[in-house]
Ligand binder design. Structure first.
Ligand SMILES: C[S@@+](CC[C@H](N)C(=O)[O-])C[C@H]1O[C@@H](n2cnc3c(N)ncnc32)[C@H](O)[C@@H]1O
Length: 237
């Protein structure tokens, strides 16, 4: 299967080499571009996630695909008792997370995490699962390192009803143009917008969670369903 001339992996997800390269290219403009494209809403979504994580009272948190560390920073503010580790397979993105004050970072592939079973109480991943080469393997691996704890996924979803069509237009036509003007990498954003339409959301994501061995999957739609928070319990093996 090909998209924008690039080969895409078959198991639902994305080509890892292409994704790493795309984020390396936009790393310096990632934070600003995100805030412009979402009119700042992404900040509120991550704050909500950080508050939810705080309620679990974790002592060890892993933020996977942390990118420039936006969610890890929010969690650092409100989960003062917890140790936060932030990982990403793109060193250019992770360098920003370090500069912005994330104390513990590690370059790591989410599909093969260098941590023990159950090493963390909570694993979070914001806008990262969608970009992985194999969603189920990513979920299983994140679930493995938080056995006996919680997994939380924040990602885009597709709004139903009246918002559906205008959002599709924004995603495919408007977003790549604005992002292209801000980063000079419009094609990368066309590709990223395309990933949102292929990514499971709602009950399909709940099904994928169950298939990946997670239990009690819950969905919280945000901003009319443009994004969703999914939480689940990872049972001990
Ligand atoms: C859209 S950014 C999200 C960054 C951040 N979590 C946020 O909330 O803004 C997606 C990140 O996922 C990372 N990523 C994609 N696949 C990955 C994988 N298999 N392992 C680790 N990181 C991955 C990319 O390098 C990129 O930094």
């Amino acid at each position: 299967m090909k998209e924008n001339g690039r080969k895409i992996a078959r198991r639902g997800g994305q080509d890892a080499g292409y994704v790493r390269e795309a984020f390396a290219k936009i790393a310096d403009r990632y934070v600003v571009t995100n805030h412009v494209l979402s009119a700042g809403t992404d900040i509120l979504w991550r704050r909500k996630v950080a508050r939810m994580v705080r309620n679990w009272e974790p002592s060890q948190i892993l933020d996977v695909a942390t990118g420039t560390g936006d969610l890890a920073l929010e969690m650092q503010k409100v989960c003062s008792e917890a140790k936060i580790t932030a990982t990403d397979f793109c060193p250019e993105m992770l360098a920003h997370a370090e500069r912005r004050g994330i104390a513990k970072t590690q370059v790591a592939d989410a599909l093969n995490l260098p941590y023990r079973d159950g090493e963390f109480d909570v694993v979070t991943v914001a806008f990262g699962l969608r970009n992985m080469a194999d969603w189920e393997t990513g979920l299983r691996e994140m679930a493995r390192v938080c056995q006996g704890g919680h997994l939380l996924v924040l990602d885009f979803s597709l709004p139903k009803g009246m918002l559906g069509k205008p959002y599709g237009f924004y995603l495919n036509r408007v977003l790549p143009k604005i992002a292209g003007a801000l980063t000079g990498q419009g094609q990368a954003f066309e590709y990223l917008a395309g990933t949102i339409e292929k990514f499971p959301s709602g009950s399909a994501m709940q099904g994928l969670f169950e298939k990946s061995g997670l239990q009690d999957a819950q969905i919280i739609p945000l901003s009319g369903g443009i994004a969703s928070i999914y939480t689940a319990y990872s049972p001990e093996s």
